[in-house]
Design a protein around this ligand. Structure first.
Ligand SMILES: [Zn+2]
Ligand SMILES: [Zn+2]
Length: 291
């Protein structure tokens, strides 16, 4: 049974289903006819890191979960790059994400995996959601002027970071279209699809060391592509912990960035759940070091 959903949004459907097909055809064609340039790949990686961290460090851990606090510069920076990931404004994203945690695997979970892989992965975005603009669970965010400014100017950020910035930087190396393709379109598709895997694959397959009963699971490969988000078993057990990867060896650039931010005065009050230490130490002969 599908949740209470509205009709299909054709603009979202064409954009989100068409963009992966477009880059799959256009990128090889571009490289064949125009040749390669290392700068295109630098632009792709930089865009993937910045927008991916915008989602995990900003949208997810700071704004949705309040897992730490940050100054205005840090909040504005990650609100910009989170918006550039083209996953809606921080306010809309956080309202849906808080519903996901509060009602996981029920019909009130906007991307419940109980409705199947594709629903949790992308289908839920392709339909209008009657409660999408219900921000009653985000009153705290509505009081943050930076969050509200980002909500208001979301599309300006999307075009600035996804179109004009790649075109401008690409012009410096004589490849405006190539840079738009790599640092704009391709990085958007990669960040989209890997973020979507958290809601689909990471609620279906993987280890569940932190809660065997929950659907949320750890997946190291998804963690690599999402800068640490793939440690989803831990995250659902301790959503307000600033770490997603608990152990020092868990690939989690998100937690490293937040921790580094605290060393230079940008972030503070990083939350760690003591219960996690108890669970981690239970049954272990030695205590693993965490970051
Ligand atoms: Zn989840
Ligand atoms: Zn979360």
């Amino acid at each position: 049974m599908k949740p209470n959903i509205g009709p299909r949004i054709w603009a979202n459907s064409i954009f989100l289903l068409g963009s992966p097909i477009l880059v799959a055809v256009w990128v090889p064609m571009y490289l064949y006819y125009e040749g390669n340039s290392a700068w295109l790949w630098v632009g792709l990686v930089a865009g993937w890191v910045l927008t991916g961290l915008g989602i995990t460090v900003g949208y997810h851990r700071l704004f949705s979960h309040r897992a730490y606090q940050a100054n205005g510069l840090w909040r504005a920076w990650w609100l910009f790059w989170g918006g550039a990931a083209i996953q809606n404004s921080c306010l809309v994203w956080s309202a849906g994400h808080r519903r996901h945690h509060q009602h996981t695997d029920t019909d009130r979970d906007p991307y419940s995996v109980k409705h199947g892989f594709w629903w949790a992965h992308i289908e839920w975005i392709l339909h209008s959601d009657p409660v999408r603009d219900d921000f009653s669970n985000c009153r705290d965010l509505q009081k943050d002027p930076l969050v509200m400014a980002q909500h208001k100017h979301y599309w300006t950020i999307v075009f600035l970071a996804g179109l004009f910035l790649p075109l401008a930087l690409g012009s410096l190396i004589g490849r405006p279209i190539g840079m738009f393709l790599f640092a704009g379109l391709l990085r958007m598709v990669i960040t989209h699809q890997t973020t979507f895997l958290i809601n689909s694959l990471c609620h279906l397959k993987g280890d569940r060391p932190w809660d065997e009963e929950a659907s949320a699971a750890d997946n190291w490969l998804v963690a690599f592509f999402t800068h640490g988000e793939g440690w989803h078993s831990f995250h659902h057990r301790f959503p307000s912990d600033y770490r997603n990867g608990y152990f020092w060896h868990n690939w989690d650039p998100g937690k490293w960035a937040i921790w580094l931010g605290s060393k230079v005065g940008f972030t503070r009050k990083l939350r760690r759940q003591k219960k996690a230490d108890e669970i981690a130490n239970r049954g272990r002969s030695t205590t693993e070091v965490t970051v």
